[in-house]
Design a protein around this ligand. Structure first.
Ligand SMILES: *[C@@H]1O[C@H](CO)[C@@H](O)[C@H](O)[C@H]1NC(C)=O
Ligand SMILES: *[C@@H]1O[C@H](CO)[C@@H](O)[C@H](O)[C@H]1NC(C)=O
Ligand SMILES: *[C@@H]1O[C@H](CO)[C@@H](O)[C@H](O)[C@H]1NC(C)=O
Length: 140
């Protein structure tokens, strides 16, 4: 029984392999908090709840540029996760995380030889987003 199950899992794994593919995304923009540039906020690319380890920091003018890739089974749910202290209770203690979805049009597959950068232009962090970890700001 276990032997047959093992064979089955092996078969599923082998047959799934062709369905995994690599996707890549490039983004750029400027983060602002109200009418000020947000300096040194952390920007990460994510697929669902899995975020790439690389954290890009926004420049003194709020500018950022990041790219990343990941393996995908069937479909991906790419987003930009920004960790910042815009409009928090106490800017030295508290952090918020705001997530912006990335439209699939900006998601390139391995076979796409061209580049397509998602220019997010001005990213306003002050407003709470609907689908977000934003309800809970964490202070310590
Ligand atoms: C994915 O990105 C890493 C760098 O972060 C790079 O080394 C790797 O070659 C990339 N893989 C593909 C398939 O583009
Ligand atoms: C924010 O937190 C710091 C560190 O605990 C504290 O010194 C400061 O007074 C706090 N500021 C406000 C406005 O509460
Ligand atoms: C908000 O809460 C979620 C789930 O409890 C947690 O995973 C996330 O890290 C929290 N975000 C912040 C900024 O604390």
């Amino acid at each position: 029984m276990f032997y047959q199950l093992a064979i089955l899992f092996l078969a599923i794994t082998v047959y799934s392999l062709p369905f995994t593919h690599v996707e890549r995304v490039s983004i750029k923009g400027k983060v602002i908090c109200g009418d000020r540039y947000s300096v040194g906020v952390g920007i990460q690319l994510c697929d669902g709840s899995d975020c790439l380890e690389k954290v890009t920091s926004s420049s003194p003018k709020g500018a950022f540029q990041a790219s990343g890739n990941w393996s995908v089974f069937f479909s991906s749910e790419p987003s930009v996760l920004i960790t910042h202290n815009c409009d928090v209770e106490n800017r030295t203690k508290c952090l918020r995380q705001t997530r912006f979805p990335i439209h699939e049009w900006y998601v390139l597959k391995e076979e796409n030889k061209y580049d397509r950068i998602y220019d997010m232009k001005l990213v306003q962090l002050i407003a709470r987003q609907e689908k977000d970890e934003d309800g809970n700001e964490s202070c310590e």
